[in-house]
Design a binder for this molecule. Structure first.
Ligand code: ZN
Length: 415
């Protein structure tokens, strides 16, 4: 790599000479689709905007700047291949089904071995491994007799055997624009502007159709045989969970996130023990994708407002701070089900009408919706639950009354 700063905003002579690197998104085979080349060590071959590892690219820049990482470092992928095979599934050959990540992301070094051998720096955007997980809630479920160890999926000590996959986002911009029914050039312009002009190629290089955005991706936790997915006969249980660090990790009691996640895992283990497959999809979309700073500001606004923390003003307080109630855009969420070949979810551990609507809009059938059991809802989280049910979330019980919504149910700040 030269010491000159190379501007990427316009075609260089060398990239004009590399038409073979064109990406044919949604092609029937990886050979025709072609590799996503977003690494920086072979800039003449790049056919994508942005770079690998999302927001962590900034730490990579710090590592190079501080002299701890050689900017020309090429990864050695020996023994890093997926611990379980996933796909290909027929959905991979449809450019409209998966638009927010690369379906060949886990296979990249293998299926594009020829290009790698020719010296092109091709990196995986998905990794698949195996693990044991252990959560106190699952031990409680065992003590209560709801879950029973089988020595295969769930063990006596509470360990659960899982296959897990980490997926980095890879956006096919024309497909994303189509999914949202917006203009691709408008999408590119706003991505350019809202990142402070971070990626000029968004507005100067319309020939580059793929963007690796600097955002968090997702993690899949699969219970049971992942190879059984994609078969009509396989029953599937699922929880799609959007990150909530305060509750998920620290047990903060203002929301139902961790209790619902633990309940979802319980539903997944049951399904795996019955010969089906359980799936938890964990999306890095903290605080409805508004971020944790916004989230904590909203908590203060909710608890300090006149009349106390109550369901009737739950969404309004978020809107005051963020301008919207939610930025998670569940429209992209179904991609992962297409990737796994799933057309039907038999047990769906979620009450969200937005997630449910996004799945059915993508032609994925939801057979049974499983609400969180009432006894798992923390006291301070009653405000959230009542507000969501009143706004159209799926619930088994009677609708919440206007009087109920107006009652302050959350703790005051500092109590
Ligand atoms: Zn939460």
């Amino acid at each position: 790599m030269s010491d000159h700063i190379v501007l990427t905003s316009h075609h260089s002579q060398s990239s004009k000479e590399q038409p073979s690197n064109e990406i044919h998104w949604g092609a029937e085979s990886p050979e025709i689709r072609g590799p996503i080349i977003a690494s920086l060590t072979t800039p003449q071959h790049r056919n994508a905007i942005g770079t690998h590892s999302g927001a962590y690219a900034i730490y990579r820049a710090l590592a190079v700047a501080s002299g701890t990482l050689d900017r020309d470092h090429r990864p050695d992928f020996t023994n890093t291949a997926p611990a379980e095979l996933i796909g290909p599934h027929p959905q991979w050959g449809d450019p409209d089904k998966i638009v927010s990540f690369d379906p060949y992301g886990h296979m990249a070094p293998a299926v594009f071995a020829k290009q790698s051998a020719a010296g092109i720096d091709i990196r995986p955007s998905i990794a698949v491994t195996k693990a044991h997980i252990n959560m106190p809630e699952l031990k409680e479920a065992m003590s209560a007799g709801r879950l029973k160890p089988d020595g295969e999926i769930l063990f006596e000590n509470g360990d659960v055997r899982v296959t897990k996959a980490a997926i980095d986002p890879v956006w096919y911009l024309p497909g994303l624009a189509k999914r949202f029914n917006i203009n691709e050039s408008a999408l590119r312009r706003h991505l350019f502007e809202q990142t402070g002009g971070m990626f000029p190629e968004l507005v100067t290089r319309f020939d580059l159709k793929v963007f690796l955005p600097p955002i968090g991706g997702m993690t899949l936790y699969c219970f049971g045989e992942i190879s059984a997915l994609g078969k009509e006969v396989t029953r599937v249980a699922c929880r799609v969970h959007d990150e909530c660090n305060g509750s998920d990790v620290f047990g903060s009691d203002i929301c139902t996130c961790r209790p619902y996640l633990a309940h979802g895992i319980e539903v997944c283990i049951e399904m795996a023990q019955q010969g089906g497959v359980g799936l938890v999809v964990y999306n890095r979309k903290e605080g409805r994708a508004l971020g944790e700073v916004t989230k904590f500001l909203v908590y203060n606004a909710r608890k300090r407002q006149v009349g106390g923390d109550r369901a009737e003003t739950y969404f309004a307080r978020t809107e005051c701070v963020a301008g919207v109630q939610d930025m998670r855009f569940q429209e992209l969420m179904p991609d992962v089900f297409h990737w796994l070949g799933i057309k039907r979810i038999d047990r769906w551990a979620s009450m969200s009408n937005m997630k449910h609507g996004a799945l059915t809009a993508q032609g994925i059938e939801v057979v049974e919706r499983v609400p969180i059991p009432d006894e798992l809802i923390p006291a301070d989280a009653r405000v959230e639950m009542d507000a969501k049910v009143a706004a159209g979330y799926f619930a088994a019980g009677a609708p919440v009354s206007i009087e109920e919504l107006a009652m302050a149910k959350g703790r005051e700040l500092g109590v």
